[in-house]
Design a protein around this ligand. Structure first.
Ligand SMILES: O=C(CO)[C@H](O)[C@H](O)COP(=O)(O)O
Length: 224
């Protein structure tokens, strides 16, 4: 079993009957959702809130009941992946383009559990280009403003056309040398007109399940 599958499946240990569960996006949480589908068939009663259309489709295929913000007043736990995790437990997310809904769901969750293989652990964020979701109108100008923060932004393309998010926006992948103050950068990027959200998640996850090559799972609890 690979490390993503290992931690993805392990995450269901934290999901109990009756919970409202935020369902993240990506190839690690894919395994969580598969396992949840199996458990639901066996009688587990949960309601999911998906963070992307992709996840919504997968959950529906597997028969996982879904809900929405209008119908619930809490999310008990969200399971999601990450692109980078630094030693202070800050994250870069959005490699799969779902950062906006992921951040909304994470912010509404009592618990955020991150599942990742050990390749995602870094000393300092910034190797992975930071995804920033921007409004299509005037994106070229928004990109210039973002570049003033000392990065090289690039419009994310699919088949030579802008990749459109589930929210109808574009993604700029912004390569920094290193990100020294993630919390500050998170706030400042979001003040630029045209920026909808960025992929920095500064120290908001409660727990990390890290899959290692030797088949073990490292559990890190955030004591913040
Ligand atoms: O933020 C994300 C999607 O927007 C994913 O959680 C992140 O890209 C990690 O993905 P994977 O588990 O496939 O490595």
């Amino acid at each position: 079993m690979n490390a993503k599958q290992l931690v993805g499946e392990k995450a269901v240990d934290y999901i109990k009957d009756g919970m409202v569960v935020g369902l993240g996006t990506g190839s690690t949480v894919y395994w969580t959702i598969q396992k949840l589908g199996q458990l639901v068939k066996e009688g587990l009663s949960i309601k999911g809130i998906p963070t992307s259309v992709r996840t919504e489709e997968l959950a529906k295929e597997l028969g996982i009941p879904l809900t929405d913000f209008a119908s619930v007043d809490r999310i008990d736990v969200t399971i999601d992946g990450a692109d980078e995790i630094d030693s202070e437990l800050n994250l870069i997310k959005g490699g799969g383009g779902a950062l906006l809904r992921e951040k909304i769901v994470a912010a509404a969750s009592a618990q955020l559990i991150i599942v990742a293989d050990e390749s995602k652990l870094v000393k300092q964020l910034g190797q992975f280009p930071l995804p920033v979701e921007v409004i299509p109108f005037g994106w070229e100008n928004t990109m210039k403003k973002i570049a003033e923060f000392g990065c090289q932004p690039r419009l994310r393309l699919v088949d030579d056309k802008p990749d459109i998010t589930d929210n109808g926006n574009y993604i700029l992948d912004c390569k920094f040398d290193k990100i020294t103050k993630p919390e500050q950068l998170n706030k400042e990027l979001n003040t630029i007109p045209g920026v909808v959200e960025n992929g920095l998640f500064p120290n908001i996850a409660n727990m990390f399940l890290i899959g290692k090559k030797d088949g073990k799972v490292n559990v890190i609890t955030n004591m913040r």
